[in-house]
Design a protein around this ligand. Sequence first.
Ligand code: VGL
Ligand code: ZN
Length: 224
Amino acid sequence: MDIIELKIEKGIHINQDDALIIVDMQYDFMPGGALPVEEGDQIIDGINKLALRFNATHNKVVLTQDWHPQDHLSFASNHPGKSPGDEYQTEAIGPVLWPDHCVIGSKGAEFHKKLDKNLAHAIIRKGYNPQIDSYSGFIENDKKSETGLAGYLKSLSIKRIFVCGLALDYCCYSTAIDGVDFGFEVYFLIDLTKGIDLPPGNISNSLESMTNKGIKFAKIESFS
Ligand code: VGL
Ligand code: ZN
């Protein structure tokens, strides 16, 4: 994998127009889950700490939650003869098929018990429509169906968003990219995310695309 040099921002002061977006910290993306992200559970403490800082200044904290019906077309199990990881690309699904994950009402769809959910002002669910996947917290993969997150943040005059959670190269990546397209200044919290890297190289490609999009990178120690 190519190593990309990321410039890490320093001395970030949390302003009133900042919001923290915590993506998909659910059991199915944790080690042992249906679509596990390696070390996904190791970022929980850092995320809680940062959420507490946002909360202390009355800044908004938003959770996203992957939330699929059992007949969701992103599941390989709904395509006879296909397996998880197989390539599959339509306007609203892909580029690969997934194992069944984050099924509505299941244990795997719940937030990890260590995640401090009480700090969240809003929870945005995505992927509810069986025909359309939604990696981004803002808009589904058809690029038409909005989740309402942009409107929520805009009505609160939020200008900057800080994105963390799982998985780096899917839902965090898409949320960050769409955040720019919806007019927000986006910071990607590189030490508070972990990736899937499927297909291999996807993490470094995502980091490069985000850099080219003007997204800034920060770590928990970037906050002053
Ligand atoms: C995700 C694949 C499928 C994610 C969700 O949270 O990154 N990835 N559904
Ligand atoms: Zn999903």
